[in-house]
Design a protein around this ligand. Structure first.
Ligand SMILES: [Zn+2]
Length: 211
């Protein structure tokens, strides 16, 4: 696994949304609502690989190796399993944000996934100071579960749930890392501006009626 690249400050990266501030939430956000309809961004195994690469989790070589398996039954099954995992995670995150305990079945599933597809560590010796980073070996399509299960488990175990929220306007989730902790929208670009424009129009109408 490659170290996460320095990421340009934009909501969309290679056709995917990275507004979550957390890998597990960015993964949830691969099924946004656009123009009133749910849009599946992980439309096939190739799209799944592009998401992993956009997230900085696959090197070009690892991606090429997995692409060769793209037409296989295992690749299709892995994609389906990951989409199912995502929708189960969505329900769990929504309930958890609302104060519910994480279901035992979810804990067990995450533990099982992490046992079969573990996230490893790697010492990187770039520069003067060695750096310890997460790493996994993506030989087979299902190995891609490693960072997904790991980040979902970390979300439940370590994130401040008061700062994990669904956007007030759409289905996207984010981890609020702002200083004040008052972030309400997935992004200014996607929902914030829309809301501001609507509020402005409403004020204008009010003014017109009063005048
Ligand atoms: Zn939104």
């Amino acid at each position: 696994m490659k170290q996460r690249r320095k990421i340009p400050d934009s909501d969309w990266r290679d056709g995917f949304l990275f507004v979550g501030n957390h890998l597990a939430l960015d993964f949830l956000n691969t099924r946004p609502i656009q123009n009133g309809e749910a849009r599946e961004l992980l439309s096939d195994f190739g799209a799944l690989l592009r998401w992993f690469q956009a997230a900085g989790l696959l090197s070009t070589r690892e991606m090429a190796n997995l692409q060769l398996q793209g037409e296989s039954v295992t690749a299709r099954r892995a994609l389906e399993a990951m989409r199912r995992f995502r929708e189960k995670l969505r329900k769990e995150v929504l309930a958890w944000e609302g104060g519910a305990h994480v279901h035992r079945s979810t804990v067990e599933e995450l533990n099982q996934l992490m046992a079969v597809h573990p996230m490893l560590s790697k010492l990187e010796a770039t520069g003067n100071v060695p750096f310890m980073g997460p790493w996994f070996e993506p030989f087979l399509p299902e190995d891609l579960f490693a960072p997904l299960a790991h980040s979902a488990a970390k979300l439940f175990a370590e994130a401040d749930r008061n700062r994990v929220r669904k956007c007030g306007q759409c289905v996207l989730h984010f981890y609020d890392t702002s200083k004040k902790g008052t972030r309400r929208w997935c992004s200014m670009q996607l929902c914030g501006n829309r809301l501001k424009v609507a509020a402005y129009a409403a004020r204008q109408r009010l003014n017109a009626n009063e005048g």
